[in-house]
Design a protein. Sequence first.
Length: 98
Amino acid sequence: MTKFYCLKCKAHTETQENEDWDEERRILLGSCAVCGKTKVTFTNASGTFRKKSAKELAVARIKRKEASLNRRAKKLGREILDADEGVKKSVRKILKEA
């Protein structure tokens, strides 16, 4: 019984006895012991997978937040530019000077 992530439970849960490893696609299949939904995770060539450390998870979380913030800033910037012709002219003027 291996613990890996269940999308329905949104947690790392145990798998039931019907765990299977597909060598061709290098995935580990199994049913969640809590909800019964089929879980799938990618593995390496030997059929094992590595759980990320707390530090790796924290770095990934920070990167996701930064990317989300950048997307929202770009969208807001585009909305501001499209809203007013005067703003668009002043931004172009500043960009030419820089």
